[in-house]
Design a protein around this ligand. Structure first.
Ligand SMILES: [Zn+2]
Length: 342
């Protein structure tokens, strides 16, 4: 019988001190060339073991081989000039210096496929692999070539589809697209955002997920959250169309957020990765707190569709905090499994 409530993480996990400075986004690598390649593999193995030790059911690479969830993918594309930088407002929220699209975009070679094969060799557990979504990619760039967010998103969707098909062939069970931008640009999401995501998953036989959160626990995001009021209803704008889409799983921020849990009713029938761990605080959830979030979600998500997860990636947290949170996630899920079996 399939295990109920399989746990997973949204994506990134802390890197070891010898590979990159912990608790830092865009932290530069501390190794070079062949040592860097070796170090990334060692870090991936370590991250897998930590997930297994905590009892995580659907494991990942912890994003150990990438510096950032969007830019590392873009670095491997033709048509993007990383020397030519412009300051743009990311997620309509904070200024960042980003590379420029200067010509037609295409993939030079497979980006994460060798890493996925390496992870596949290490475990028989289901594997989830995260890629950036098309809308979040265009929102992290300055476009001097297509001069259309939609056109560029369709081009990225084609490239993501090539990569996703090769990840599937490498043995990845769930391919996840990270789309924090879906929580900001509702009109575009409904006009072409979900459509470009469906282009990115075209022809895939493995399961597919979209992760939509309120961002890492960095200051720009926590400041933004303070402006959102007591009820966060952003998901309400995009759930009806997502419910109709071909995406299998929707990964959401729930614990400690002000998202009214009844919004989950709008995606009834979908599998839901319910964020039961807050990544914006060092406070460790108790198993009972995790269980309480899952109990609330169970009113709107059938048990066989409920996947306990973290709110977002944990790259900015310390190793100890992240591991304690993973333990709490699994202990909380176990409480609910026992309740459901009674
Ligand atoms: Zn996230």
């Amino acid at each position: 019988m399939k295990k109920l409530l399989p746990t997973s993480t949204a994506g990134s996990l802390p890197k070891p001190l010898w590979l990159a400075q912990p608790e830092t986004l865009w932290s530069p690598w501390k190794l070079q060339d062949e040592e860097l390649a070796q170090g990334k593999h060692d870090a991936l193995r370590l991250s897998l073991q930590e997930q297994q030790h905590a009892g995580v059911d659907i494991v990942s690479d912890g994003e150990q081989t990438r510096q950032h969830f969007v830019t590392t993918f873009i670095e491997h594309l033709n048509g993007v000039d990383f020397e030519k930088r412009e300051t743009v407002k990311i997620r309509d929220r904070y200024d960042a210096s980003v590379p420029t699209v200067v010509g037609a975009v295409s993939r030079q070679k497979p980006i994460f496929v060798e890493d996925a094969k390496f992870l596949r060799q290490q475990t028989k557990q289901p594997i989830k692999w995260a890629l950036p979504g098309p809308m979040t990619m265009i929102d992290t760039l300055y476009d001097a070539h297509y001069k259309s967010r939609e056109k560029l998103a369709w081009e990225f969707a084609k490239i993501l589809n090539q990569e996703a098909k090769e990840l599937e062939a490498a043995g990845v069970d769930i391919i996840q697209f990270d789309e924090p931008a879906f929580n900001v640009f509702f009109d575009e999401v409904n006009e072409w955002g979900i459509a470009t995501l469906e282009r990115a998953i075209e022809g895939l036989k493995c399961e597919t997920a979209v992760h939509i959160c309120y961002g890492y626990g960095i200051k720009a995001n926590t400041d933004w959250k303070k402006t959102l009021g007591s009820e966060w209803r952003q998901y309400e704008e995009i759930f009806p169309k997502l419910q109709q889409s071909n995406i299998d799983i929707i990964s959401l921020e729930c614990h400690n957020s002000h998202v009214p849990i009844e919004l989950l009713e709008l995606i009834r029938g979908k599998k839901v990765m319910v964020g039961a761990i807050d990544v914006a605080t060092n406070d460790i959830e108790t198993p009972e707190e995790v269980a309480e979030t899952l109990r609330k979600a169970l009113k709107f998500v059938d048990a066989e569709n409920l996947y306990p997860c973290t709110n977002c990636g944990m790259a900015p947290l310390s190793h100890d905090v992240a591991n304690a949170k993973l333990n709490a996630l699994n202990a909380g899920a176990e409480i609910i499994r026992k309740e459901l079996s009674l």
